[in-house]
Design a protein around this ligand. Structure first.
Ligand SMILES: [Zn+2]
Length: 441
């Protein structure tokens, strides 16, 4: 849908976190009767509805009261080929990879299958309110291209890349470093900076990448400005031991990536459940961001994420669903999982609604180098938003009837809202998803 040229004023209660609540107080901004003015796909202003309307009386109002406006969610760690292995409970990482994830990832060699999964995957993200994501592609270049095409067609903002590996997975998932270099280059030429797409160099993890393959990753990052880098780090104790055996020269897991210049401000590394103090200091110094995936960490028994140690060391952290090791596409649910696990983690951080909103929106944007583009409703940013309205007979609707404070309302949204409450999703002001029930509105 083309947004109206003179702009629109969306009227609904709205929440955003234009500041980092781990560093600043009053990070949450909310307006019980909010107005979000969108012009040419950008946020022109947001605030109390009456004052925005009085300042821009010529702009038509879209009355969305009864629901809530939040910035679009940013998922910083998710695997496209793993949509169909969600729910593979009862295993730990290496066992789960061997028996659940990798056989399914091998099916991505079938291009029509890959195209079908790509469309379903993109739809699942957007229908849960995710507007921006950093995505692990497939080990196959055509399947990875299918993901980019599906995201582009849907209007979603993604960074993604072909997963490169040359050992210890399944032979059909391995490429030689030369082939990985050639195919990655072709994908970069075709998709990097096309519309809302960014290319991310993506070695699966150190275990499955030889030194030659990591060198290819380093070369790609040097040769093409603006690429992101993503991989896994310190997820599982057995994985960490394997990495130590494979790279005997490395002081620790992170040192493997550091040797090839891969720990840097454009890098997002998933998990880091078991870091040493030295690794935390080095992650902070390099500007590398961590994608914390609490559902996956619990489902695979990887461990409890030491969030406080990351914050104290000033390591940048955001959230990821880690489909299919995680439990689904909902970033609200992921925020709730972060809260729950921090409640039971030794030395856990007591997260409030502002922390959860920040972690699911602006923190992710900042991790992806998009902190000036998306993640909150500050003027000038892309109008990326989720409109949530709980079904009339839902527990969330019942809670909200009590007219809670903004913080309590937001906490209830994180606790109770799922895809059934996502009514409309926009990227750059354009509607990229609308639920069937909203169309009847
Ligand atoms: Zn992962």
């Amino acid at each position: 849908m083309i947004p109206s040229p003179g702009g629109e004023l969306l009227r609904a209660p709205l929440f955003h976190t234009p500041r980092n609540p781990f560093r600043e107080s009053s990070a949450l901004e909310s307006y019980a009767d909010g107005g979000l003015l969108i012009r040419a796909g950008r946020v022109a202003t947001c605030g109390d509805y009456t004052s925005v309307r009085d300042a821009y009386p010529e702009v038509p109002t879209v009355d969305l009261r009864g629901g809530f406006l939040l910035p679009g969610f940013v998922d910083t760690h998710i695997h496209f080929p793993q949509l169909r292995v969600l729910g593979g409970l009862g295993r730990s990482l290496l066992d789960w990879l061997e028996h659940c994830a990798l056989p399914e990832e091998a099916r991505m060699a079938d291009h029509s299958h890959a195209c079908r999964v790509a469309r379903a995957f993109v739809h699942a993200m957007v229908s849960h309110g995710t507007t921006t994501a950093l995505v692990f592609g497939a080990h196959f270049a055509p399947a990875t291209a299918a993901l980019f095409e599906a995201a582009d067609a849907a209007g979603l903002r993604i960074a993604a890349g072909q997963v490169v590996s040359d050992r210890l997975l399944r032979p059909e998932l391995h490429q030689t470093p030369q082939r990985a270099y050639r195919e990655s280059n072709l994908l970069i030429e075709r998709f990097h900076r096309r519309g809302r797409l960014t290319y991310a160099v993506t070695p699966r993890f150190a275990m499955s990448a030889s030194e030659a393959m990591l060198e290819v990753c380093q070369t790609l990052l040097r040769e093409h400005p603006g690429l992101l880098f993503q991989t896994h780090l310190n997820e599982n104790v057995q994985e960490i031991e394997q990495v130590a055996r494979l790279f005997p020269w490395a002081a620790d897991y992170l040192a493997v990536y550091e040797r090839f210049g891969l720990s840097q401000p454009n890098a997002v590394m998933a998990h880091d459940v078991h870091p040493t103090a030295s690794q935390l200091d080095r992650l902070a110094a390099s500007g590398t961001a961590i994608a914390h995936c609490p559902s996956s960490n619990a489902a695979l028994g990887s461990g409890l994420f030491p969030l406080k140690r990351h914050i104290d060391a000033r390591v940048r952290c955001a959230l990821g669903t880690d489909v299919g090791g995680g439990i689904g596409f909902g970033m609200l649910k992921e925020g709730l999982q972060a809260y729950l696990l921090q409640r039971v983690a030794p030395g856990g951080v007591l997260l409030d609604a502002a922390h959860l909103l920040y972690l699911t929106t602006l923190a992710g944007a900042e991790a992806l180098g998009l902190g000036d583009e998306t993640g909150d409703f500050r003027a000038g940013k892309s109008a990326d938003l989720v409109y949530l309205r709980p079904p009339a007979d839902s527990p969330l609707a019942a809670v909200l009837e009590r007219d809670p404070s903004p913080e309590q309302a937001l906490a209830a949204i994180f606790t109770l809202a799922g895809a059934e409450s996502v009514r409309e999703v926009r990227v750059e002001g354009s509607i990229v998803y609308r639920s069937a029930s909203t169309e009847k509105r």
